[in-house]
Structure formats: structure tokens, C-alpha cells
Ligand binder design. Structure first.
Ligand SMILES: Cc1cc2nc3c(=O)[nH]c(=O)nc-3n(C[C@H](O)[C@H](O)[C@H](O)COP(=O)(O)OP(=O)(O)OC[C@H]3O[C@@H](n4cnc5c(N)ncnc54)[C@H](O)[C@@H]3O)c2cc1C
Length: 310
């Protein structure tokens, strides 16, 4: 598939995500479409089994209960409580798994301060076990609030928190420069949402080059860099850069998504690198699954085939 066809399909899939007819078909046939490949079940019990299996195979992991764009305080309270239960159960299971939080899952669509207070409750509870919390990065209109939340937590003395920068956004290099005073723990990603050309590089090649610029700066000046990609050219570059600049492996790790490029994940483990997998779970898998489809439009061929076979 050519780069331009890939880009067009990515755009079409992400745009179709909000279409109710698409949502109802995908929700109905999710299992047959392969949605379960990307998630560790719908309950934390199922997720815990996956975490234990991954740990036994030498992987690290972070847990992310699925869900985003919540605006019901009852649902948001349930998610915050779910995080607190996860933390208790991770401690009981003696797993070093970290957790990830999306601000729109804990109330950003209601107000920034409300989502901040909820994030604080999770981060504070995690700090009691010295457990790390990553605030994920969502669509571009949420970036300012996300970075302010990160800064507020750091200024309140929480060192167990990190943030994400997306290389497709023009602003990310400036954001990184401003964050460096915190000696941040940064995850670098290419970016998974549909963004206008006014805020994001339209061409994949530019996104990849911008990733390398962020990577070099974060590796050189940040406290810790989570290199989150399935792109082996970037992974090879990171290893070469780290070795050339004497950046030791305690300053970075590779991160990938459950169910994506498993052979590459295994190869990195076999070579002795630290690999942390994103392990999402929960019933609300639809938008997450659609972003995964958009990342590799060839996945749609499997989807089409499974629908034809029904
Ligand atoms: C651990 C982790 C955390 C993330 N957190 C965020 C976040 O907070 N905010 C955000 O906007 N984005 C996040 N992302 C998603 C990210 O922005 C990209 O959309 C995604 O990682 C795909 O880009 P890539 O770097 O793998 O490179 P690409 O160039 O897209 O892909 C590299 C190779 O991997 C293959 N590949 C990539 N994705 C898939 C897939 N779904 N199925 C099958 N093959 C695939 C491609 O075919 C290609 O061969 C995260 C990604 C990871 C790995």
C-alpha cells in the first residue's frame, strides 16, 4: 500500500469513528474484527492474568482501563475508584506494572480542575507504593490542559508522574524545551488522532523526522525517555544514539502496544532491552480499536475478510 493511500485510509478510518452506523457495526462484530487482539479482556481479573503472563516472559507493562471523553460524574467516579482498586491489586500481586490515565476519562470535559483533582487522587494513591503514573496525550485541544496538569503535579512534589509528547504536532518541540526544567519522564509517540494541517505535520515522513528530533533532545536532557513506537528504524536509531552518547539503559525503555508487532517485541526482549507493553482492558474498546485500525490500514483487509465470512 502506497504512503498516500495509507494516509488517505488513516484519515477515512479516523473520520468514520464518530459515525453511529460504523460504531454499531464495529461494536456488534468487535470479536470477529479482532478487537480482542489489542485488549486484555473486559475485566481487571482478565487483565491481571495477561500482566502475569507478560511478566513471566520478561516484559514490563502499564495498565490502562479503556474509556475516554466521559462527562458523567458517576461514571468518572467509578473509573477513579477502578484505578484505586487496580493499585491495590497490583500491590497484592507484587507487580511493578505502572498505570496510564487519560484526562478526558477523569473529567476534563467537565472542567480542568475537576480532572486535575481526580488525577491527583490517583497519583497520590500510586505514590504511596512508589508506582509511576503516565498521563496520556489526547487530541490537540487537550494538550495545554494536560501539560498544565503535569506541571501542577510536579510542583506539588509528585515525581511519580510523566507525560507524552506527539511528534506530529508542530508545537511538541517547544513543549519539550519548556518541560526540560522539570527533568521530565517523557513518552514520545507519533500521535494517533485526526488532526488538521494547521497543528500537525500532514506527511508521515515529517512526523518521523520530528520524532527523531524529540528523541535526541529527550534522551540527552530528559530524566527518562519512553520510546513508544513499532518503527524499527526509530528503535535502531535510538539504540545507536544512546550508545554513541553514553546514555545508559536506565535512562530509557521501549514501549509498544499489546497485540502489535509481537515478533519485534520478543526480539528486543531477547536482545536484553527493557520493553513495556500497553495493556488496556475494559468494555469500552471501540475508539481505541479504531485508532489501531487506522495505524495500519492493511488491518482492514482482515476486517473485510472476517465480515465476508460471517
Ligand atoms: C506504548 C504506546 C503508547 C502510546 N500512547 C499514545 C498517546 O498517549 N497519545 C497518542 O496520540 N498516541 C499514542 N500512541 C500511538 C502512537 O501515537 C502511534 O499512533 C502508534 O504507535 C503507531 O505509530 P508507530 O510509532 O508505531 O509508527 P508507524 O510508522 O505507524 O508504524 C511502524 C510499524 O508498525 C506497524 N504498526 C503500527 N501500528 C500498528 C497497528 N495498530 N497494527 C499493526 N501494525 C502496526 C506499522 O505497520 C509499521 O510497520 C502510543 C503508542 C504506543 C506504542
Amino acid at each position: 500500500m502506497s504512503a498516500s493511500l495509507n494516509a488517505a485510509m488513516r484519515h477515512t478510518i479516523l473520520a468514520a469513528t464518530t459515525n453511529p452506523a460504523v460504531r454499531s457495526i464495529v461494536a456488534r462484530y468487535g470479536d470477529r474484527l479482532g478487537a480482542q487482539r489489542y485488549a486484555a479482556g473486559t475485566t481487571f481479573d482478565e487483565c491481571l492474568d495477561v500482566l502475569e503472563q507478560l511478566t513471566a516472559r520478561g516484559f514490563h507493562a502499564y495498565v490502562a482501563p479503556l474509556g475516554e471523553a466521559l462527562d458523567d460524574k458517576g461514571e468518572i467516579e467509578a473509573i477513579v475508584n477502578e484505578y484505586r482498586t487496580i493499585l491495590t491489586r497490583l500491590r497484592a500481586a507484587q507487580l511493578d506494572t505502572t498505570i496510564a490515565v487519560k484526562l478526558t476519562q477523569v473529567g476534563l470535559d467537565i472542567s480542568e480542575d475537576y480532572s486535575f483533582q481526580n488525577t491527583l487522587r490517583i497519583v497520590d494513591r500510586a505514590a504511596q507504593d512508589q508506582r509511576f503514573v503516565r498521563i496520556s496525550m489526547e487530541e490537540s485541544p487537550t494538550v495545554d490542559a494536560t501539560l498544565r496538569t503535569y506541571r501542577r503535579l510536579r510542583e506539588a512534589g509528585y515525581d511519580n508522574v510523566g507525560v507524552v509528547l506527539q511528534s506530529y504536532l508542530y508545537r511538541s518541540e517547544d513543549d519539550l524545551a519548556e518541560l526540560l526544567e522539570y527533568r521530565p519522564n517523557i513518552r514520545i509517540v507519533k500521535g494517533a488522532y485526526l488532526e488538521p494541517d494547521a497543528v500537525a505535520y500532514p506527511a508521515k515522513r515529517e512526523v518521523d523526522v520530528a520524532y527523531l528530533r524529540l528523541l535526541k533532545r529527550s534522551l540527552s536532557y530528559g530524566q527518562f525517555t519512553a520510546i513508544a513506537t513499532h518503527d524499527e528504524r526509530i528503535i535502531d536509531y535510538a539504540l545507536e544514539y544512546a550508545s554513541r552518547h553514553n546514555i545508559y539503559p536506565d535512562r530509557y525503555e521501549f514501549q509498544m502496544l499489546l497485540g502489535v508487532r509481537q515478533q519485534l517485541q520478543e526480539e528486543l526482549i531477547d536482545q536484553g532491552h527493557r520493553v513495556r507493553l500497553a495493556v488496556p482492558y475494559g468494555p469500552d474498546w471501540y475508539p481505541y480499536f479504531m485508532r489501531r485500525l487506522a495505524e495500519r490500514p492493511a488491518n482492514l483487509l482482515f476486517v473485510g475478510r472476517s465480515l465476508l465470512e460471517r
